[in-house]
Write a protein that binds this ligand. Structure first.
Ligand code: KG4
Ligand code: ZN
Length: 335
């Protein structure tokens, strides 16, 4: 397993996340996340320039705090992992610069990690993790993908969104309904008070026969519904519920199709939308009928965090595939 600790640094968007993985114990020692949500809320979305500057302010104190919480001295660090992309360029560079500088000063390797690899492996931080291989449904603000995960660095893309990601659809729809930022949690909270089916929204690409998704049409359908003469604020919860059901039904149906296609029996859900309660309930119910086991990362590991980056870097190091490449050593083999 190795000795020492691996530090993980995440700064791709509006969260500064630091994780510390204990190699000898084979578990997470500590992690800290600082969310910039309050900073960006007034603008209705993430302002890249402000995000970068706030990462600069937070990152070193947060690293100190995490090392202390995990009982790790600097000379016990065996490697520094960091998110290399995708994400906001300025924000990513803050994490990359700090990680490369620390690695150089400590004379340990710096390991660039693809943000999505972090999300894909995050379920392994759970107390009862899945075994390889498994199907991963990755649903974040930037991505909606189905992957076959066979091992560290062995990811096969089965299908993805041709336009908006599921989280993006939640955010954009919430914005046009006047629910503020971040929209996903606000919209799903409103949906819990409504009844699906009172509005009729499409289930995009439900019967497309492949594992592709499309969510950009849904927000337009919601916009059209809000502009109808019989629409009033009183019906907003029902509209939100129907929107949530539409997204969840498609995600669920395609995830099950991916399991059928691969013959695998384990489904892992990762990314911010994985926090959605309706999605969780729907998947668990559907899976239990099919003898499939569904794994959700802890809520704190669903959204962006440094723990998943520390884990991915530790796993790459142990698997001997930590050598950095330009794209962060992340290979997705298209079908
Ligand atoms: O993985 P994540 O934290 O960041 C990215 O890498 O994108 O995902 C954030 C996304 C946002 O679009 C947010 O609105 C969505 O996840 N989200 C939710 C919920 N919680 C977060 N969407 C639906 N229901 C939720 N409960
Ligand atoms: Zn993310």
């Amino acid at each position: 397993a190795g000795n020492g600790f691996v530090l993980g640094i995440e700064s791709s968007c509006d969260e500064t996340g630091i994780g510390l993985y204990d190699l000898s114990q084979g578990r997470l020692a500590a992690h800290r996340v600082f969310s910039q949500i309050d900073l960006h809320a007034a603008y209705g979305g993430v302002v890249p320039e402000l995000a970068s500057r706030d990462h600069v302010r937070r990152i070193v104190p947060l690293i100190r705090e995490t090392l202390e919480a995990g009982g790790c001295r600097r000379d016990q660090l065996a490697a520094i992992g960091y998110t290399t992309g995708p994400g906001l360029a300025g924000a990513l560079l803050v994490g990359a610069s700090v990680a490369e500088a620390m690695a150089a000063a400590l004379d340990v390797p710096a390991i660039p990690i693809h943000h999505l690899e972090g999300h894909l492996l995050s379920p392994l931080l759970a107390s009862e993790p899945p075994d390889f291989p498994f199907v991963a449904l990755l649903v974040s603000g930037g991505h909606t993908q189905l992957m076959r995960v066979s091992g560290v660095g062995q990811y096969e893309l089965l299908g993805e969104s041709v336009d908006d990601a599921a989280g993006e659809a939640f955010d954009k729809t919430a914005k046009l309904m006047g629910l503020g930022y971040p929209g996903g949690p606000a919209l799903s909270k409103l949906a819990d008070q409504g009844v699906a089916g009172r509005f009729k929204l499409p289930r995009p690409m439900l019967h497309s026969g492949d594992l592709q998704f499309s969510f950009s049409g849904l927000k337009t359908a919601v916009l059209t519904a809000t502009q109808a003469p019989d629409y009033s604020e009183a019906r907003a919860a029902d509209l939100a519920a129907e929107f949530q059901s539409a997204v969840v039904e498609v995600l669920c149906s395609k995830a099950l199709a991916a399991l059928r296609q691969t013959g695998l029996k384990q489904l892992v859900v990762a990314g911010g939308v994985g926090a959605n309660r309706h999605l969780r309930e729907h998947l668990v119910a559907a899976a239990s009928k099919r003898h499939v086991k569904v794994f959700f990362p802890e809520l704190e590991f669903c959204s962006d965090n440094g723990a998943m980056i520390a884990l991915a870097a530790a796993m790459r190091m142990q698997a001997g595939c930590a050598k950095p490449t330009r794209d962060g050593a992340f290979v997705i083999r298209p079908r």
